[in-house]
Design a binder for this molecule. Structure first.
Ligand code: 1GP
Length: 225
């Protein structure tokens, strides 16, 4: 298993979308540091179990990014808990997490759990709309990064552009204050060139949607390693 702080490249698989078995095999054998299972809409336990049972035939590290408690199951190396820093509603920052800990506290393997401070930068992203986010300026985003590092001591700050490639200057500025907190970037990475560009400043890059739109290009992004 590869520990999270060593991850450079990650594929994110959405349980509500499908790849062929052969494509899934290629993702698992690609040499990526980890696979994150996660999505915003229609994430069901069946969908999660389906993916997990396929991925678990391989040695690759696998994490579940928890979006609803009904779709949580044992068997993952890590459980990632999003906390949406730029949501206008406290619910998405801490109330859902609070409820889950009250209900499932004794069963939660906290050693395998990591909080992710999410800053969602794309107003068209489903997660942005669901969590009623406010679009951050560059200064806002840098401020959230500093909060993640210095106030909350979060292990992960996730700059999320889901669906579109982000502004490299924003990523560069957000990276500057982060020394202890790991910077994960995700959004719109389609090619090896995109991956290289964003990896200049991010500790970890995530490739998601392009696996479903241009698999052959997306799988090559792992060559940044
Ligand atoms: C989504 O950050 C990930 O949560 C990856 O984004 O789907 O745009 O690659 P894409």
């Amino acid at each position: 298993m590869k520990t999270i702080d060593t991850w450079q490249h990650v594929f994110k698989l959405d349980p509500a979308k499908s790849l062929t078995d052969d494509e899934l095999d290629q993702v698992c054998e690609s040499g990526t540091d980890a696979i994150i299972v996660g999505g915003t809409d229609n994430v069901t336990l069946d969908g999660v179990l389906d993916l997990l049972s396929h991925i678990r035939r391989y040695e690759v590290t696998v994490a579940l990014e928890v979006s609803n408690t009904e779709a949580v199951t044992p068997g993952f190396d890590y459980y990632l808990i999003p906390m949406v820093l730029n949501s206008t509603e406290k619910k998405w920052m801490m109330d859902l997490q609070h409820e889950a800990i009250k209900s499932f506290g004794p069963m939660i393997p906290f050693d395998d759990v990591r909080a992710e401070g999410y800053c969602i930068m794309n107003p068209d992203a489903k997660a942005f709309q669901l969590a009623h986010c406010q679009l951050p300026t560059v200064e806002d985003a840098v401020g959230y990064a500093k909060m993640a590092e210095h106030l909350f001591h979060l292990p992960i700050f996730y700059l999320e552009y889901s669906g579109v490639k982000g502004d490299i200057d924003v990523l560069k500025k957000v990276a500057q204050p982060l020394k202890e907190t790991q910077l994960i970037y995700g959004g719109g990475i389609k090619t090896l060139e995109d991956a290289k560009e964003m990896k200049q400043y991010a500790d970890t890059i995530v490739v998601g949607n392009s696996l479903y739109t241009d698999f052959n290009q997306a799988i090559k992004t792992v060559k940044i390693k």
